[in-house]
Design a protein around this ligand. Structure first.
Ligand code: MN
Length: 228
């Protein structure tokens, strides 16, 4: 195989306590997966099946250091989320079998240009420009499910400049991790390396340059980063 120019490096995430890295294939994100967040965005959480959007694999960056404030927005929002890393692909995965497809877990930020998203909703346009910009998916190092297990509860929280903005519990997810995996796999073939951002609890809000974000999920990981 020859290419007309050198292909890009495969995007990847660090793995806690290991030198090998987790190669990223695609990034799926669940739209609204905590009731209180659905309500704060003006939707009835009891009426909707799960829905999905995507980010480019190279939007994933380490959740540390400085994350660039993106162009085209005056309203960059934080969304703290459990990230599921798929290790074994499949189609039409039954929820009862879904956890066997999980390689591990991390904690990520679904950064959102909320003003662009609001405009897209109003005009019936795609969400891509609101969600899939550069560095829009900071994520911690992953932890293996073989060591961690499969957390089904635990506090999920986010602070900006030490003031708490978001708090929820994984147990409050409308669609559990097995349900989410099953739904994605009935739409596309899941493959090893796929990441799934599983939605955010209530309390999303704006970030400005210089803000220090600290966040985490009990028993999985914490992180701290600064908005550039
Ligand atoms: Mn989200």
């Amino acid at each position: 195989m020859s290419y007309v120019f050198a292909p890009q490096t495969i995007p990847s995430l660090a793995i806690e306590g290991e030198s090998a890295r987790f190669p990223i294939r695609r990034v799926f994100c669940v739209g609204r997966n905590y009731s209180e967040h659905a309500r704060e965005m003006g939707h009835d959480p009891d009426r909707e099946p799960p829905f999905f959007f995507m980010k480019p694999a190279d939007a994933v960056v380490p959740a540390s250091g400085v994350i660039a404030y993106p162009p085209l927005t005056q309203d960059l929002h934080h969304e703290i989320e459990l990230v599921v890393a798929i290790g074994e692909g499949g189609t039409d995965i039954d929820p009862d079998d879904a956890l066997a497809h999980v390689w591990g877990y991390g904690v990520g930020l679904d950064l959102t240009r909320r003003d662009i998203q609001a405009q897209a909703k109003k005009l019936g346009r795609p969400w891509d420009w609101a969600k899939g910009f550069d560095e829009s998916a900071p994520c911690t190092a992953l932890r293996r499910a073989t060591a961690l297990g499969h957390p089904q509860s635990g506090a999920i929280w986010l602070k900006v400049n030490d003031v708490e903005r978001q708090r929820g519990d994984l147990a409050d997810q409308i669609w559990s991790v097995p349900d989410v995996i099953s739904h994605v796999s009935r739409s596309v073939e899941l493959k090893a390396g796929d990441l799934i951002f599983t939605g955010t609890p209530a309390g999303v809000g704006p970030l400005v340059a210089g803000d220090r974000v600290s966040a985490g999920i009990e028993g999985i990981a914490t992180f701290e980063l600064t908005i550039g």
